[in-house]
Design a protein around this ligand. Structure first.
Ligand code: R5P
Length: 298
């Protein structure tokens, strides 16, 4: 109970104006407190960037390489991630609830790799997202794909649901194999997602003109790692992306399929949060690698 005989308060610092600072993330200044608080559990407020560890691939691929045993392959990595991108099934079954950083929940799904992938629906309710205490919901957007309009509407419905409760929406631009992966396409897809309400957008890095993609998108962009590359190349990719305006990476295969995943995620962190050069990061990877091994191999 507060002191009943409290002396009169007088330390008002009347000559010190109250600070009013912009929020650290691009395009996020006008969001509500709860949404900003959740975004701060995804992005590191000091660097303004994130290392999202993505392992939601099973939602259409099943147990792909490196994800055979999430408890053995992924759980040892989670302490190094700023946030986890995953499905609710894996969250409930395999991730300790003591994990306190933001959760980015895969919220769309339907078709398997055997069918037309753009034929997705929203695959989670807002009640479930709240119950799981997620920071963001992720939805695939197939610009130019067969079910383009439906996937865009999946996103806008999630944005409406999420905004009502202060939960962010990550739009994941899915590029069909028949599409050209260039800056022109990425500008179109990312800008559409931002204009239609996505809180942040995931896309792929392109060698030519990626800085125009980040410049034209009024919300943060993170890049997917894509197919497994040699570690030095994956670190170069992450470096290029953040130096050209990406607010981090949403990386899966290039971490969990690495020969030394614990070393790799720490090297990626060096690139994203400390601006390590690709060479410095690769040297760090090699140094840490000695003590690292695939848990499932042991
Ligand atoms: C697709 O399965 C998911 O959206 C992944 O989370 C995304 O592609 C990032 O993973 P990766 O770095 O393996 O491409």
């Amino acid at each position: 109970m507060a002191d009943a005989d409290n002396t009169e308060a007088k330390n008002y610092a009347a000559d010190v104006p109250m600070r009013s600072e912009p929020f650290f993330l691009k395009g996020s200044n006008n969001l509500d407190w709860g949404m900003k608080n959740r975004l701060a559990a995804i992005f590191n407020p000091s660097s303004g960037r994130t290392v999202m560890l993505a392992f939601d691939h099973g939602y259409f691929l099943g147990p792909t390489s490196g994800l055979e045993r999430v408890d053995l392959n992924i759980v040892p990595l989670i302490q190094y991630a700023d946030t986890l991108m995953l499905t609710r099934g894996i969250l409930r079954t395999s991730i300790p609830p003591t994990y306190t950083r933001g959760i980015v929940l895969r919220a769309s799904g339907g078709p398997s790799i055997l069918k037309e992938l753009s034929n997705e629906e929203i695959a989670v309710s807002i009640d479930e997202a709240i119950r799981l205490n997620v920071a963001a919901m992720a939805v695939q957007v197939f610009v130019g794909g067969e079910h383009e309009t439906r996937s865009v509407h999946n996103m806008t419905r999630l944005v409406d649901m999420g905004n009502r409760h202060g939960i962010a929406t990550l739009a994941v631009t899915a590029v069909g194999t028949e599409m050209v992966r260039d800056a022109k396409y990425m500008r179109l897809a990312t800008r559409m997602c931002a204009e239609l309400g996505a809180t942040y957008v995931k896309t792929y890095y392109v060698d030519e003109g990626f800085e125009t993609v980040t410049a034209a998108c009024p919300v943060p962009i993170v890049i997917a790692g894509g197919k497994k590359l040699p570690e030095a190349e994956a670190l170069q990719l992450a470096h290029n992306a953040v130096q050209q305006g990406a607010a981090g990476v949403d990386m899966g295969r290039n971490i969990f399929q690495s020969e030394a995943p614990v070393a790799m995620i720490q090297a990626v962190r060096g690139v994203v949060h400390k601006n390590l050069s690709p060479k410095e990061a690769y040297d760090l990877y090699l140094t840490l690698k000695d003590g690292d091994e695939h848990p499932a191999d042991s």
